[in-house]
Write a protein that binds this ligand. Structure first.
Ligand SMILES: NC(=O)c1ccc[n+]([C@@H]2O[C@H](COP(=O)([O-])OP(=O)(O)OC[C@H]3O[C@@H](n4cnc5c(N)ncnc54)[C@H](OP(=O)(O)O)[C@@H]3O)[C@@H](O)[C@H]2O)c1
Length: 290
């Protein structure tokens, strides 16, 4: 029941209607019996400063920040965590007695999903990361923090963007930048983990894959496609045909949300409950659209 003491959490984005975050977080809140509620607010870019002022004025406890606000929100906060500053994006804001503090939980989310869903406690020495957009920034940051990784192949359609990202993250000689032009096969010899952080293969073009045919994927590799719509992407099908193990992006989505939940409430949420709720909401959305 919502009472006068209920603390308010939420997500701001534009658009925001299709987010799974309210379903995931409210399921965790209910499971733990906490007095919180999580809502979704559609905030246009020009409304972002007012939305952050409202967070203070209404004493909202915490917000997730999604596209297109993850960079712009940084200038409106009282403090930004060193991790979010290095990544250059904030996806979680916590209200600490009127001071708005920004965090980025995507880097945690990807590593936690590899551990929890992929059984990868230690990451392999050679990793390939496809993409150089917003998600790739957080993932490259997370990978560079892992001393056991010797080499990261950073591959992107736009080569200058990949070079800029590698330089911004200070990866040095560990990051090998290359192109991803769709046609030419990639040399993935010795790559034990491949992460797709491009939007290729995502709804509404689910039959596309960022991995050119003939790219020799190691059968012992793990392929994480951070796309989660659809849940079984063309890349995952290709990887499975090569004998590799696969994960979709739902685990990362849930784990970044779990870390945000912990920042706001001080409690680690029931991740399986969040995952089940997200899956149910996707299934419902799929049924509604057919
Ligand atoms: N699982 C999760 O928790 C999670 C979190 C964040 C994002 N995501 C997903 O990750 C994907 C990327 O998100 P983002 O925020 O990083 O997007 P973004 O900043 O717009 O970056 C898009 C990336 O995809 C590449 N790309 C787009 N179209 C391409 C094409 N036709 N061929 C080759 N490369 C192409 C872009 O390459 P160029 O630089 O050459 O344009 C860029 O590297 C989305 O599907 C998003 O839903 C998942």
């Amino acid at each position: 029941m919502i009472t006068g003491r209920t603390r308010v959490l939420g997500v701001i984005g534009y658009p925001v209607e299709h987010t799974a975050s309210p379903v995931m977080h409210n399921a965790a809140i209910a499971k733990l019996g906490l007095d919180y509620v999580y809502i979704a607010c559609r905030v246009a870019p020009e409304g972002l400063p007012a939305a952050l002022q409202a967070m203070r004025a209404l004493n909202l406890c915490g917000l997730n920040v999604t596209v297109p606000h993850k960079q712009a929100v940084m200038a409106l906060l009282d403090e930004v965590s060193p991790e979010a500053r290095a990544i250059g994006a904030v996806n979680t804001v916590v209200n600490r007695e009127g001071r708005l503090v920004g965090h980025n939980t995507d880097a945690f989310g990807v590593i936690e999903s590899l551990r929890r869903d992929g059984g990868m406690v230690e990451l392999p020495p050679r990793v390939a990361l496809l993409g150089a957009g917003g998600a790739a920034r957080a993932i490259l940051y997370a990978l560079l923090a892992r001393a056991e990784i010797e080499q990261i192949k950073l591959l992107n359609r736009s080569l200058p963007r990949a070079h800029a990202l590698a330089a911004a993250m200070g990866g040095g000689a560990r990051v090998h930048v290359g192109g991803l032009d769709g046609g030419r096969a990639l040399d993935l010899t010795g790559v034990g983990l491949l992460i797709n952080a491009t939007s290729v293969g995502m709804h509404p073009v689910p039959n596309a894959s960022p991995l050119p045919a003939g790219s020799g994927l190691e059968p012992s590799a793990l392929v994480l496609d951070i796309v989660y719509n659809p849940l079984h992407t063309r890349l995952m099908q290709q990887a499975e045909a090569a004998g590799a193990r696969t994960l979709n992006g739902l685990g990362m989505l849930v784990c970044q949300g779990a870390r945000a939940f912990e920042i706001w409430t001080g409690q680690w949420p029931p991740v399986d409950t969040m995952l089940a709720a997200a899956l149910e909401s996707f299934a419902l959305a799929a049924r509604t659209h057919t």
